[in-house]
Ligand binder design. Structure first.
Ligand SMILES: [Zn+2]
Length: 121
């Protein structure tokens, strides 16, 4: 089952290929402020439809690229590595989408995993 998603103004839309097994809340300094519920996919599982002029990227340490809509302000998705033993594996990139942007989907039906990113990396 694909799930359509998008920011509030519709400038950034995406569709994921399947319902995630769970969503993740991360305690790192960035995620705690953004307040996203992350769902992780391989790049081929996410169909992005982005108006380039609306797509803004924040990257504090030059590693993960956190995208948001510069029209309506929604945090949309991030380009992240796979983590293996707390080491980034950029050979296997992931897209973490903000599951709060899923359209007509009961997000409360998903298990929420907590990751202590503030202390792990
Ligand atoms: Zn927007």
């Amino acid at each position: 089952m694909t799930i359509p998603a998008g920011c509030h103004c519709g400038a950034i839309k995406f569709e994921v290929s399947e319902v995630p097994e769970s969503v993740t809340v991360c305690s790192c300094t960035f995620c705690a402020k953004r307040g996203a519920l992350w769902a992780y996919y391989t790049p081929d599982q996410v169909k992005l439809s982005v108006k380039p002029e609306a797509d803004a990227i924040y990257s504090k340490n030059g590693m993960a690229k956190h995208h948001h809509c510069n029209v309506c302000g929604c945090g949309t998705f991030s380009e992240v590595p796979t983590w293996v033993d707390y080491q980034p594996d950029w050979e296997n990139p992931r897209i973490s989408v903000n599951a709060r942007l899923f359209e007509d989907f009961d997000i409360a039906s998903l298990r929420v995993d907590e990751v202590d990113g503030r202390n792990l990396w």
